[in-house]
Design a protein around this ligand. Structure first.
Ligand code: KG4
Ligand code: ZN
Length: 337
């Protein structure tokens, strides 16, 4: 039995979890900074770092209390070391190194996106590679072939904004505020998704690449045009139409990859994967093709440390150990060491 204390602080959630053998979550504590950053309309990296410093010890303590364990019980100390905001990442990395050093425990650095993908292992104890996974978060949009544990082939990625970034920017332009994703989803519930025609951009070297900046500009242009003409913009219709455009692109790319790779399993991950209409559209598209669909519970989609514990387990089993020189790598690529 391998007991892992996992720490996550790459953006605006300070999180710690105790995970056993990569699948069994004993505790999953998340201290969100959303109310702090809402004042500024987005994450302020300097403030995020300071909040992590203030909260991280209490969050870890709480994770151990809820798991009814102590630091001495842990077999591994795991931490997100990239990608993310450098200041916030450094807080978690320094903390994990200090604990591992003081308690003489192995240290394992984890890739944040790998963590998002591995949230599926927690939700579905029998899920094993190979499968396809669409990772849609605030900083990343990747269509990935999970070839084996810890082995990823990236089929496509965004060439500009990430899906979550598009939600956040569009929410700001409609006047819905931060964080954009949940606000757009809420507004869209009472809007008409067919009210406004928006583009579905296709771009890039790979047919699986994504581009969301054209869609974001189209929303801005629509708002300007309507305002110039003295017409009132219906925020709910705009949110619903934007969300439909995102859903269409995600379903289209995802299902083309399913067909090309003859996949029988398709998973989603990342903060945007907590969106109900994205989940149900991809679930329906998978069902129509006889493909098994996997999506972690919303709390495991947005940033958390349990997913980092799951990813760390497979890295640890593959022999990964980090030294006291482990550093934050803000632009760490998936599959890089
Ligand atoms: O994975 P995550 O928590 O952090 C990153 O790794 O980036 O993702 C955060 C992103 C934000 O852009 C947020 O607006 C988006 O996920 N998000 C959503 C929803 N909940 C969070 N987007 C669409 N619908 C949601 N319900
Ligand atoms: Zn994330």
């Amino acid at each position: 039995m391998t007991k892992i204390l996992a720490i996550e602080s790459s953006c605006d959630e300070t999180a710690a979890a105790v995970v056993i053998d990569g699948r069994e979550v004993k505790s999953n504590v998340i201290s969100t900074q959303i109310p702090v950053h809402t004042l500024y309309g987005g994450v302020v990296p300097e403030i995020a770092s300071r909040k992590h410093i203030e909260r991280i010890n209490r969050v870890i303590e709480e994770a151990l209390i809820q798991a009814d364990m102590t630091l001495d019980d842990m077999d591994v100390i795991a931490v997100t070391y990239g990608p993310g905001l450098v200041g916030p990442l450094l807080v978690g990395v320094a903390e994990a190194k200090a604990i591992a050093y003081a308690k003489k425990k192995p240290l394992v650095g984890v890739h944040h996106i790998e963590g998002h993908i591995c949230a599926n292992y927690i939700e579905y104890p029998d899920l094993a590679p190979p499968f396809l996974c669409l990772v849609v978060s605030g900083g990343h949009t990747h269509l990935v072939r999970v070839v084996d544990y810890g082995k990823y082939e990236i089929l496509g990625r965004t060439v500009d904004d990430a899906a979550g970034e598009a939600f956040d920017k569009v929410a700001r332009s409609i006047g819905l505020g931060y964080p954009g994703g949940p606000k757009v989803e809420e507004a869209a519930k009472t809007g008409d998704p067919y009210a406004i025609d928006l583009p579905r951009a296709k771009v890039g070297d790979s047919e699986y690449d994504f581009s969301f900046s054209g869609l974001k500009s189209a929303v801005l242009n629509y708002i300007n045009r309507e305002q110039m003409a003295g017409r009132q913009v219906n925020p709910n219709d705009l949110a619903a139409s934007f969300q439909r455009a995102v859903v269409d692109v995600l379903v289209d790319h995802g299902m083309r990859s399913v067909e090309e790779y003859k996949a029988d399993r398709f998973a989603i991950a990342g903060g945007v994967a907590s969106n109900g209409s994205i989940r149900s559209a991809i679930a329906a598209a998978c069902k129509a093709r006889g493909v098994e669909f996997f999506c972690p519970a919303p709390i495991l989609c947005t940033d958390n440390a349990a997913m980092i514990g799951a990813a760390a387990y497979y890295e640890y089993m593959a022999g990964r150990r980090d030294g006291w020189d482990l550093n934050a790598v803000p632009n760490l690529k998936l599959g890089e060491r």
